[in-house]
Design a protein around this ligand. Structure first.
Ligand code: 16G
Ligand code: MG
Length: 542
């Protein structure tokens, strides 16, 4: 470690005095102009993590669905998964160290983690389309090089594509080739194979409108489109040529406002979907003949995919262990459908991809989706080997089913939820089952639900347990919520401090929209009173 060089270089990426940031649910996020020092320091940290794990580490510069003026950064661990929890703490310490302490904190981390500084290191870097991302990724590279790390800058990538690259590199290409071409070929080959197995010939050529949130998804879909254009034609909207990133469009807007994105003309019953700004989330929707908007969210993706996978397993006669992972935000009727109709065990974890991903790894086939559209399906190594073997051994319909499963394994991004990969899986499953969006939507009806944000002086006065479904503190809050929930039918409500914004989130669902709104209002008022609300008492706005 060349201390002088680090000190000198760090001074070129100076931290605004007094600024503190936290490695949150999905890395650091803030206004782009506050992040130069964080990027440089995450370059340093990625080198330490790479030396420690003797693996390639990823650094992604993005703030996902946040407004264009924000940016962010997150580290990707060796198998393409999110950074380990203990290193999140190191990241926070390093990012918040005052200038004169950077070297000390860096040494401290490397001693505590027993990093062999003589070991080689390799870091791969990707960035989204934000105007600030190029410069910020250069700060990451400064951090990597000053610590003697080697790197490859992939430039513009979706977040899941960088997860894929990390996974490929650390499995010596077993997972795939660590290039964009490799990614496109792997996914489109699986998709084209699946499409060949479609016997249904209903509406002939399939088409889909995609709202790209004016983000990176548009660029990457344009590059990829010709690989599968015979099987699926996609029409891109909000492709970044006119509108602003995530502004009045994209998956987050569509989910939270429950309305179609602007910039996309939708005719009745047309198939549509939205990506978020870094293309790791996807939601489907359509407008019916009366002009009503119907959202098909992550819960319904889990429902469709779980029942499809279960049917295939039944066909090949393999009793693999399936688990579905959701969060407290999963609609109560989706959980009921999964448990009672599909008959799969359902588990609930805390919000945030890393928690769901971790739980899903416990099964032969772990299906995880957040209601907001993040998700994928993980296959354990033994399950994958078994399925690949069966697709060679079996005959007839059973062989077909095993081959479908094999292609589904290749089509799902095993490293992270991926809007492009999920879109192709959904398209393949709908085609194979001969389902329209309306039929998919009709699997079950969502219980009415709504969310509200409450501003409080310190959101961490609220602590939760039981996968965020119950509040432990402040005293009396959970009892009050329990009392209110009892007044309504099929009702549920919970509160949790947001991991990405300085607010407390309140969720409520019940048998009618009227009940939801009144329950939400009552719970929010209790939060405001017991958890130190500031400003106006929150009101529902429509
Ligand atoms: C982040 C998480 C997402 C989670 C959301 C919750 C990742 C890649 N993204 O966007 O999974 O649903 O935060 O936000 O982990 P909240 O804590 O503000 O409600
Ligand atoms: Mg995202």
């Amino acid at each position: 470690m060349d201390s002088n060089a680090i000190i000198k270089c760090s001074a070129l990426h100076v931290k605004p005095k007094g600024l503190t940031l936290q490695y949150g649910t999905a890395g650091f996020r803030s206004k782009a102009e506050h992040l130069d020092h964080v990027m440089f320091r995450m370059g340093l940290l990625a080198v330490l993590r790479s030396k420690q794990t003797k693996s390639t580490i990823g650094v992604m510069v993005t703030a996902s669905h946040n407004p264009e003026e924000d940016n962010g950064v997150k580290l990707i661990d060796p198998l393409g998964e999110m950074l380990a929890l203990s290193w999140e703490e190191h990241a926070t310490h390093l990012a918040n160290a005052e200038e004169q302490d950077v070297l000390r904190v860096l040494t401290d981390i490397s001693e505590r983690e027993a990093v062999n500084l003589h070991h080689d290191s390799f870091v791969v870097i990707g960035r989204d389309t934000r105007p600030s991302s190029k410069k910020l990724s250069e700060a990451v590279i400064d951090g990597v090089t000053v610590l003697g790390g080697q790197f490859h800058d992939y430039g513009l990538l979706t977040t899941p594509q960088l997860h894929y690259m990390v996974c490929c590199r650390n499995t010596n290409g077993q997972y795939g080739e660590a290039t964009l071409e490799g990614y496109y070929q792997k996914l489109s080959k699986a998709f084209v194979e699946l499409s060949k197995q479609v016997s249904y010939n209903g509406d002939g050529h399939r088409s889909l409108k995609v709202d790209c949130a004016n983000g990176i998804g548009a660029l990457k879909l344009k590059e990829m489109e010709h690989y599968f254009s015979k099987e699926l034609s996609i029409k891109l909207f909000n492709d970044g040529t006119k509108g602003k990133l995530n502004y009045l469009c994209g998956a987050d807007f569509v989910k939270s406002c429950q309305e179609p994105p602007q910039g996309m003309d939708i005719k009745s019953n047309e198939r549509c979907c939205s990506f978020d700004g870094d293309a790791d989330r996807i939601l489907y929707y359509y407008c019916d003949t009366d002009g009503h908007f119907h959202l098909i969210d992550g819960d319904k993706m889990a429902a469709l995919i779980s029942s499809f996978l279960k049917e295939l397993l039944l066909e090949i006669g393999e009793n693999l262990n399936i688990g579905v992972v959701q969060t407290a935000y999963a609609n109560g009727n989706s959980t009921r459908y999964l448990e009672e109709v599909v008959k799969v065990p359902v588990y609930c974890t805390k919000t945030g991809v890393k928690h769901l991903h971790h739980k899903a790894q416990e099964f032969d086939i772990g299906i995880y989706f957040e209601a907001n559209g993040h998700g994928t399906v993980l296959f354990s190594k033994p399950a994958e080997t078994k399925i690949r073997q069966l697709s060679k051994e079996l005959r007839g319909k059973k062989r077909n089913a095993a081959e479908i499963l094999e292609n589904i394994i290749d089509l799902f991004n095993q490293a992270a939820g991926d809007a492009i990969s999920d879109m192709l899986v959904i398209e393949a499953v709908l085609a194979l089952k001969g389902l329209t969006l309306q039929q998919w939507d009709a699997l079950y009806t969502d219980l009415p639900n709504r969310q509200l944000k409450v501003k409080v002086a310190d959101r961490y006065v609220i602590s939760t347990t039981n996968a965020e479904r119950q509040a432990i503190t402040p005293p009396g809050l959970q009892e009050a919520i329990d009392g209110l929930v009892k007044k309504y039918r099929l009702s549920r409500a919970f509160v949790r401090p947001s991991g990405t914004e300085d607010v407390v989130r309140v969720y409520a669902e019940a048998d009618s929209q009227e009940s939801v709104d009144s329950l939400l209002h009552e719970v929010s008022s209790v939060v405001f009173q017991l958890a130190g609300g500031i400003g106006e008492i929150p009101q529902l706005s429509f």
